[in-house]
Design a protein around this ligand. Structure first.
Ligand SMILES: O=C(CO)[C@H](O)[C@H](O)COP(=O)(O)O
Length: 219
């Protein structure tokens, strides 16, 4: 079974957590695109969605789902998003699609973070397979890169990419993130860093893994 099929299995399994008359928090990426397509079947039952990227907003609207601004809601029942890596403690690296800041904002509005992934995303230690994305104010790019080097990382400028917030991304290789909570805080304290892609202070609550044998749910 290919990876896309496994993403679809995880995405469809998340529908059971969507309650009628609620506004659903929706992340971004190819797994979330599968979720948005499935969520289209519930367009009459839900009030709408808050999207973590312009791309997800477009796709939700194309499904006939009303999209609200994060400023319009005080809380969300659930937030559904993918991940680039996830540990057994449900800490994640996110930001492969450069939407990490808006993802963290919308996720923090939700009572329950549901992470939908295929099995390739499971790791024991964050940073094992995927570089850590860091969103940076453009004028601070070089100084943030030097700071990341001093912390042991090898930052690479994601050329040609501007985030939905007008910023740039540094992908940091060679970080073995043994203490994700501390690392998330430390990187967020670097001047010029908008957000880093570690989601450990507020980890996922439920993980749904798409496998050839069906959806595996870890609550
Ligand atoms: O964090 C993200 C985007 O910023 C995505 O959730 C992450 O990159 C996973 O993407 P995909 O579902 O395409 O594998």
């Amino acid at each position: 079974m290919d990876q896309l099929e496994m993403k679809k299995i995880a995405a469809r399994a998340a529908l059971k957590y969507v309650k009628p008359d609620t506004i659903v928090g929706v992340g971004s990426g190819s797994t979330v695109n599968c979720f948005i397509e499935a969520l289209g079947e519930m367009r009459e039952e839900i009030k709408g969605a808050v999207a973590a990227s312009k791309k997800s907003e477009e796709l939700l609207k194309a499904q006939g789902i009303e999209v609200f601004s994060a400023n319009d809601v005080s809380s969300l029942d659930i937030y559904v998003d993918g991940a680039d890596e996830i540990t057994p403690h449900k800490a994640m690296i996110k930001g492969g699609g450069a939407a990490l800041t808006r993802e963290k904002i919308v996720a923090s509005l939700a009572k329950t973070f549901i992470c939908i992934v295929d099995s390739s995303k499971q790791v024991d230690v964050l940073g094992s397979t995927f570089p850590l994305p860091v969103e940076v104010i453009p004028m601070a790019r070089s100084q943030v890169a030097r700071k990341l080097v001093s912390l042991g990382g090898s930052p690479e400028y994601r050329e040609g990419v501007t985030t939905d917030n007008g910023n740039v991304i540094l992908d940091v290789h060679n970080f073995k993130i043994l203490n994700p909570v501390e690392m998330e805080k430390e990187l967020n304290n670097v001047a010029g860093v908008v957000t880093n892609g570690i989601f450990a202070l507020n980890p996922a609550n439920i993980v749904i893994i798409g496998t050839p044998d069906g959806a595996k749910v870890i609550e």
